[in-house]
Every structure is written in C-alpha cells, then in structure tokens.
Write a protein that binds this ligand. Structure first.
Ligand code: SF4
Length: 174
C-alpha cells in the first residue's frame, strides 16, 4: 500500500558519480573492419544500446569517453588510433571488440597489430569473429560494472614502455 511518505536514500558521492558515469558512456564513432557492422547493429532497435545510456556516438573524440575498437588494427592505423585515444578526455575506457582487436585474430602477420592493448589500455575484451551485438552488450555491461565498482584502468602500455608511436607524417628520429 502506498502511504505517500518518502524514504531516505543514503550513498557516497563517489558511488553516485560512478553510477552516473557508467550510465552515460558516449562511444567514439570509430570502426575499423567487419566488427563495426555488429557494433552498428547494437545501436539499432533490435538490441538498442540506448537502454544503457550509450547511444550517443560522438564524431569527435573530445566528446567521447569510450573507445570501442571494432575490428583489426593495421600497423599504419596504430598511431591514428592512439591519437584519437589521447584526444579523449579523462576518465576514459576502451573495449577491444572481437578477436582481431583483442589479439590479431586470424591475421597473424606483420601488417596487423597483435592486440590493441599494445597501443592503448584495454578495459574489456570481447572474443568472437565477429562478436554478436549481444556479446558487445554483455561486454558493455561488464565495463559498467567495473566503473561502478571503481576498478581502475589497466596500465597504459605506451607510458609503461616509454615508446612513442610515429604517424606517417611525423619526423622519425635520425
Ligand atoms: S574479428 Fe572477425 S569480424 Fe571482427 S574484424 Fe576480425 S575478421 Fe572481421
């Protein structure tokens, strides 16, 4: 029976902020290969990622806090991927979607990065070739859980190693 009286809800400010962040992730508009088609399907009405507050794909990394690496990443694309990641404001998160992004997949060759965790810190890996939209949603829910529980990002692979990625137009050290 409804009495019309309000209860009292107590929480910590940090928990409230983490809940807010996890419920309003804005992914960067960024697809690399066939996995991106599944990522697009995740936004469509059948799967509807809007239920989790993440339907606002942003064309500018400055407005995004989630990078879904959907597809294989070539060596030539690696500096671009890193630059987009660097342009995203903190706090930010990365999902490696599919076998190619997670470990190179079937492309065990010199042209493909053997896992994007060599370039950016990856919070959630999603297996499969391609992973279905349901799998992406499951991975996304796992990321939300990590954010709500305050689990920090993994170490940045480039900061750890001190390496710098050079783009095609940048000067190489002599
Ligand atoms: S994991 Fe499969 S579907 Fe995804 S980019 Fe690689 S080859 Fe394409």
């Amino acid at each position: 029976m409804r009495t019309g009286e309000f209860g009292i809800l107590t929480t910590q400010v940090s928990k409230l902020i983490e809940w807010g962040r996890s419920s309003s992730l804005w992914p960067a508009l960024f697809g690399l290969a066939c996995c991106a088609i599944e990522m697009m399907a995740t936004s469509a009405d059948r799967f509807d990622i809007a239920r989790f507050g993440a339907e606002v794909y942003r064309a500018s990394p400055r407005q995004a806090d989630l990078m879904i690496v959907a597809g294989r990443c070539s060596i030539k694309m690696a500096p671009v991927l890193r630059q987009i990641y660097d342009q995203m404001p903190e706090p930010k998160w990365v999902i490696a979607m599919g076998a190619c992004a997670s470990c190179g997949g079937v492309f065990n060759n010199y042209a493909i990065v053997q896992g994007v965790d060599k370039i950016v810190p990856v919070d959630v890996y999603i297996p499969g070739c391609p992973p279905t939209p349901d799998m992406l949603l499951y991975g996304f829910n796992e990321l939300q859980r990590k954010i709500r529980e305050g689990i920090p990002n993994p170490p940045d692979p480039l900061k750890e190693s001190g390496l710098k990625l050079l783009g095609p137009t940048e000067e190489r050290p002599g």
